[in-house]
Design a protein around this ligand. Structure first.
Ligand code: ATP
Ligand code: ZN
Ligand code: MG
Length: 312
């Protein structure tokens, strides 16, 4: 409590970020405005990711594509997202009624009743992970070249997981590199990024720890999928303490999908075999939050070495 004005001083990380104007409240947990300083950190970090990608052992220059944060509903349905993560999905609905329907809608709104009954599904859903939009597009281009393919994506993503933890947002950005090719090519890509990602993050002066992980597959059948994913070492995360020391937050993830998307979308490699895929995801808000948490709320006062890496 402040002795002068009687106001309660911010205690949680979220309250501190808000009081420093780094995140701006909207009244919904997990939906925030971002300050110019926060966005500058994200832009500088994205530049570091681009530079690291260009210096690694990856094949050539990635093809850069930026999609809006919504995707084709039919592609989303075929991707199997609703089978694995129905609890996280966000679908876009819109009013498609007539004058009478509009009148009823306004009447319900006026009376604080549920007015959403007339909202109908549209052809779009919110993007749940940056790479989901890509697979059908690459499949449509035909068989891969012998060297496979590499893409550089970035998108706002939606996941319905409202939380007071500022690192668990409902809309956040994911930068991704996605590799298509033979199992060996794809595995080398992931191994390379596990190494390069660690070197890159160490330069930012934040405590990191890489661990085996699993996705939050839904329900009883999901339990088996989680175990399989762990047993086969398909997902690794780079964790950094943000909201809690005991439960650090996944800021980067390194995923090997084997032939999952290849089979789903009919992705074919240069030899006519089903292509394998892997992606490396950088949680941009989480990385920025980790930097603010560990180096303070004033970017000008961050350690010189860290500032040099980002604002070189
Ligand atoms: P978690 O286990 O913390 O829920 P995740 O396994 O769902 O993370 P991925 O599906 O691998 O994460 O997503 C790729 C990256 O996107 C993560 O490494 C993380 O940095 C970021 N991310 C995921 N969910 C959120 C969220 N709710 N808010 C902010 N960033 C997120
Ligand atoms: Zn991905
Ligand atoms: Mg998650």
């Amino acid at each position: 409590m402040c002795v002068i004005c009687d106001e309660v001083e911010p205690t949680t990380l979220l309250e501190q970020l808000i009081s420093h104007g780094i995140l701006i409240e909207t009244g919904v947990d997990g939906i925030y405005g971002r300050s110019g300083a926060f966005e500058d950190v994200i832009a500088r970090f994205e530049d570091l990711v681009t530079r690291t990608g260009a210096s690694g052992a990856n094949p050539g220059v990635p093809e850069v594509i930026r999609f809006p944060p919504a995707m084709n509903r039919f592609h989303f349905e075929r991707s199997g997202y609703m089978k694995s993560f129905p609890q996280l999905a966000g679908t876009v609905h819109a009013f498609m009624g007539d004058d009478r329907g509009h009148f009823e809608l306004l009447d319900k709104l006026q009376n604080n009743e549920d007015w959403t009954g007339q909202q109908k599904t549209t052809g779009v859903v919110l993007t749940p992970a940056a790479c989901y939009t890509l697979y059908p597009i690459v499949a449509k281009r035909g068989p891969l070249k012998a060297e496979g393919a590499l893409f550089d994506l970035q998108s706002y993503c939606f996941r319905h997981e409202p939380s007071k933890d500022p690192a668990r947002m409902q809309m956040f950005r994911m930068r991704e590199f996605v590799r298509f090719g033979k199992p060996r090519q794809v595995q080398e890509f992931r191994a390379g990024w596990l190494e390069n990602g660690e070197t890159m993050m160490k330069k930012l002066g934040v405590p990191i720890h890489v661990d085996l992980a699993n996705d939050p597959f839904f329900g009883r059948s999901g339990r088996m999928l989680k175990n399989n994913q762990r047993d086969q070492g398909l997902k690794f995360e780079m964790l950094i303490p943000i909201e809690s020391e005991e439960k650090p937050t996944a800021c980067l993830s390194f995923n090997y999908h084997q032939d999952h998307f290849g089979t789903t979308w009919g992705l074919i490699d240069a030899d006519g075999e089903t292509a394998h895929t892997a992606c490396v995801g950088f949680g941009l808000e989480r990385v920025a939050l980790a930097l603010f948490k560990h180096h303070g709320f004033d970017v000008e006062a961050w350690p010189k070495a860290v500032r040099k890496v980002l604002w070189q």
